[in-house]
Ligand binder design. Sequence first.
Ligand SMILES: [Zn+2]
Length: 562
Amino acid sequence: MKRTLNLLLPLLSLLLIAGGCSNKKEKMEQELKQFIADWEARVEPLQRDAYIAYWNASISGNDEDYAKSEQLQFQLNSIYTSKEDFALLKKIKESEAVTDTMLKRQLDVLYTAYLSNQIDTTLLAKRIKMEVEIEKKYSNFRADVNGRQLSDNDVEELLKTSTNSAELQSAWEGHKKIGQVVSADIIALVKVRNQIAQELGFKNYHAMSLELSEQNPDDISSLFDELDNLTRDAFAGLKDEIDTYLANRLKINKDQLMPWHYQNRFFQEAPSIYSVDLDKYYGNQNIEELTTNYYSSIGLDITDMLANSDLYEKPGKNQHAYCIDIDNAGDVRILCNIKPNYSWMNTMMHEFGHGVYDKYIDRNLPFSLRNPAHTFTTEAIAMMFGRMGSNPQWMQDMGLIDSTEKVRIAQDTYQVLRLEQLTFSRWAQVMYRFEKSMYENPDQDLNDLWWSLVEKYQMIKRPEGRNEPDWASKIHIATSPCYYHNYLLGELLASQLNHYITANIVKSDDFRYQSFYGNKEVGKYLTQKVFMPGASLYWNDMIEKATGEKLTARYYAEQFVK
Ligand SMILES: [Zn+2]
């Protein structure tokens, strides 16, 4: 009897625990479902109104519309500052009781969205005030170049066109003076941002920014290391070509080349050392029609989005381009200012890349998961299609050039793309590593850190004895912190998808000149494997399911290094 009891007791308590668990699980899941239903009822209509107001404002450009847009955006943001909502989500998350995959995913997405808005309001106000002050200083700054006041655009223009070393040097140095104006403010801002991050439980602001967007800082650093190793030698070779070209053009020796000789303020874009004029192919073309025909040929219909879009110049209208998913339910709009040239061809293909991603996300997913897996995954799709505008195979398939012309420009167009990519990738290394290190220790010698990274990754020479806050002349460091790396991750994924589609759908081993024109399987693959899952999968799981591998730098190197 006693024995039996002894045996039974542990069994009973096991059953009790299991029973308690499933009760708790049910209770938590029920509570979460209720919260989500309530959250959706508040956010869905408000987001739609806010996005429509933003859209209207960027087309009319009038103050009234902008005021309405700002007010709705503020209302939308303030939902996420709720302490009660966050406490509930935190309790559910920490219980670890939610096991249903789709519910758990929604919980993670909502928890993160709320967590990033749980900032102490005094600190938040302080941060915003500092950011506004710094931004004002950037806007008001003009470079004094031999007594002339030059805007950033003027400086860029001068650096691109002048061949006079003394003039180039004064323009570059004149622009860098903004560094002295804002550097102390930025260091103070970095410390406030770190304080915010630490109060939310993160090591520093850089770590927080990455982790809140589901990026493990160590994973991102490994990708940057991998890319550094893969691109270093090829870039060194190209850099030598650039130097030979520039030294010739400027009539100086290669070893006299200084940072002001590289045709832009940061050597973030490739100097134009090859001569391809892509504009001439687009001068008489209907860019809108080319875009529609192309996407339709790969099985992606954009006509519904075209009807909602605003594609041509108007007085007062925003002069740039963007894609916006108004309601996560099919109302996707694109703003452009089309002119018949290469740049707008690239932009239309890019923006409708974002468009098809948004449009084809599975409408049966819960509202909070009807978004791309990550901002850089939608950027990757946009970049992959944007690259088509300079791809001679694509140009031939679209009827812009014949096969003789294709052969004639193939080498040069590839060289241009390769030069652009490698130059940008080395610059992104500097930005990523600088920000990471700056947030880890804002009191270190940042001037020296910056130039050590520039020398190492961009391979340009630090002017002798230079000890100035040149890092602070890059506005993104102050105003768009810890985001720059996503541009490069987008390029890596664009190449990884290009490789997968070429090898497995087109079944070719030519990874440079694929247009996918007319291949509906391509649209089907992207829809099923990339677009439809939306944010229901963590981005690297989506990539692994779609390509058989996690995000890697290998295919970027395959496309642009060899
Ligand atoms: Zn984009």
